[in-house]
Ligand binder design. Structure first.
Ligand SMILES: [Zn+2]
Length: 302
């Protein structure tokens, strides 16, 4: 059953395209209702994004909710509680550049206490994520030039298994559109500023040559580990390192350095592996070390 949601995003909207995130608790330590709402989203749900006065975009939810630490794009400008956890949901836009005025264009959205609007039809300050009834969503979709009957059909295998880059066969790999969503999330979660570097070879590459690789295969992760996206994932390049790591030809040792297999290969491959040996792995830290250790012990061909 498809659900419809309203996301109030104020000045976050342009910085965090492709993601919805909120922490579990507000600054007074009370559980956020928006966090509970975000946890109820399902792939295929539809989200209306409202930035200040206007509804700007319609998107489709393309991942299950995952528990992650605050993504970088959601860091507060002032320093403070940046190490908190919350739910993250990835979305893929269906329509952007809309200008639906919430003050004049959407009288069918009630301002009765449970929705996103207060009695003056302003945006409520507390909370950012609200369910919408299907009838209201239908009206909004029509204004956006979409019909419910035209929406993409929800199909479970279309949707994103977050961070399924490494350890999967080609048929398991997700479609390119979903990969773009994943990459957008990566920019906010994994990338330091504008750097787009492979964790192993350190080459700076365009994002379509970098994938979100699982440090430890998904099947070997506990449920909690799967939910902690950011510790389970690294940015790794498609022009060598992803295949080497997946096949156990390289691994990362406890010192955080890349090691290579001793198995003899072609001389060209040998020199490629040699060139990686001793590199500091950019994703090795106290949160990821145990995952790299698992890969070293179980997947590396010493
Ligand atoms: Zn690389």
């Amino acid at each position: 059953m498809r659900q419809y949601w309203w996301a109030t995003q104020s000045d976050n909207y342009s910085r965090v395209g492709g993601t919805l995130w909120t922490n579990f608790f507000n600054s007074r330590g009370a559980r956020r209702s928006s966090s509970a709402a975000l946890a109820r989203t399902k792939p295929g749900d539809i989200v209306f994004h409202c930035e200040k006065r206007f509804i700007r975009a319609v998107s489709e939810v393309v991942s299950e909710p995952a528990v992650v630490y605050r993504p970088k794009a959601y860091m507060e400008k002032r320093s403070g509680s940046d190490n908190d956890e919350g739910y993250l949901v990835l979305v893929d836009p269906l329509k952007t550049d809309l200008q639906i005025d919430r003050r004049t264009d959407i009288p069918f959205i009630e301002s009765d206490g449970s929705g996103p609007l207060n009695i003056n039809r302003g945006l409520k300050r507390e909370g950012f994520f609200y369910p919408l009834p299907e009838s209201s969503a239908g009206e909004l979709l029509r204004m956006a030039g979409l019909e419910i009957s035209e929406l993409p059909k929800a199909s479970a295998d279309e949707y994103l298994e977050p961070f399924s880059g490494a350890g999967l066969t080609e048929t398991d790999r997700i479609g390119l559109a979903k990969r773009r969503v994943e990459q957008r999330y990566l920019r906010s979660a994994l990338l330091e500023d504008d750097a787009t570097q492979c964790a192993m070879c350190h080459r700076g590459l365009p994002e379509d040559l970098l994938v979100a690789g699982h440090i430890k295969p998904r099947w070997a992760c506990t449920e909690d580990e799967r939910k902690d996206f950011t510790s389970a994932a690294m940015l790794i390049c498609l022009i060598g390192c992803d295949s080497f790591y997946e096949r156990g030809m390289i691994a990362v040792d406890d010192a955080g350095e890349v090691v290579r297999t001793s198995h003899s290969t072609t001389s060209e491959l040998d020199s490629l592996l040699d060139s990686l040996t001793g590199n500091k792995c950019l994703r090795h830290d106290s949160r990821t070390a145990a995952h790299f250790r698992w890969h070293y012990d179980n997947a590396f061909m010493e």
